[in-house]
Write a protein that binds this ligand. Structure first.
Ligand code: ZN
Length: 250
């Protein structure tokens, strides 16, 4: 009887150790997942819970047809691009008119630079009311789609390779003023927090920064790279949708 008790105790102890080891492995996995990022990138926790969900998680973004339907209902003029012309983009389109009352301006040539995934267009549509609230009438980008774009310093495809990223160069206000990332994003100390109020910012810089920080706060973009990150981003802010576990990059 005593032997049986000892044997049972041993089995219970081993089971407990196994369960603990398993729990540790799970916790370690979660920890690694949350800290994994691009080399040299700094991720920070979102300040607010993930509410509302990102646009890519809404019913309109469920299929290509629902996405096209949502744009049409909102009066967004666009052209569907054949998949073969935009390799890597799941639902390629090109916007040909204002989005939610805001003009989207990009280089006329090459045309493919203006292709984007329909889900990014939905995000711009969701951003438009906030842009208009802040007197923005147009947003200018340097690039949307670039087939071979990779994340700097890696071979990992960038969001541009799938038409999911928007390189914001400047915005124009109702009174004709232009706010440019290159000239108005004045505080750009490497690695510093982009969304704190900084006395060195003039009115233009403060408004521009506010636009970007509001968009991040509202979960419109999940990966954001500002002039705080590196020289390659001195004249634009990279705004990318998904994957949801990336974060804000300074
Ligand atoms: Zn970019």
């Amino acid at each position: 009887m005593a032997r049986l008790k000892r044997a049972l105790k041993r089995v219970a102890k081993n089971a407990l150790m196994l369960v603990s080891a398993f729990a540790c492995a799970i916790l370690l996995g979660i920890a690694l997942r949350s800290t994994r990022g691009e080399p040299g990138r700094v991720s920070v926790q979102h300040q607010t819970p993930r509410e509302p969900p990102s646009v890519s998680e809404t019913p309109a973004a469920r299929t290509q047809a629902t996405c096209h339907g949502a744009l049409k209902r909102a009066g967004v003029a666009f052209r569907v691009i054949a998949r073969g012309q935009a390799e890597g983009v799941a639902w390629p389109i090109m916007i040909t008119g204002p989005v939610g009352g805001v003009r989207i301006i990009g280089a006329k040539s090459p045309e493919w630079n203006n292709y984007l995934d329909c889900k990014l267009a939905l995000t711009l549509l969701a951003w438009a009311p906030y842009l208009r609230e802040q007197d923005v009438v147009s947003v200018e980008h340097y690039s949307l789609y670039r087939q071979d774009a990779t994340v700097a310093g890696t071979r990992k495809p960038s969001g541009h390779a799938s038409g999911l990223a928007f390189d914001l160069a400047s915005v124009e206000l109702r009174d004709g003023r232009k706010l440019s990332v290159l000239t108005d994003w004045t505080n750009r100390k490497r690695g510093s927090e982009p969304c704190t109020k900084d006395a060195r910012d003039g009115d233009a810089g403060r408004r521009l920064r506010q636009l970007v920080c509001d968009a991040v706060e509202r979960q419109l973009f999940q990966t954001v790279i500002t002039p705080h990150y590196n020289d390659a981003h001195k004249n634009h802010v990279h705004l990318e949708i998904g994957p949801p576990d990336q974060g804000f990059v300074h």
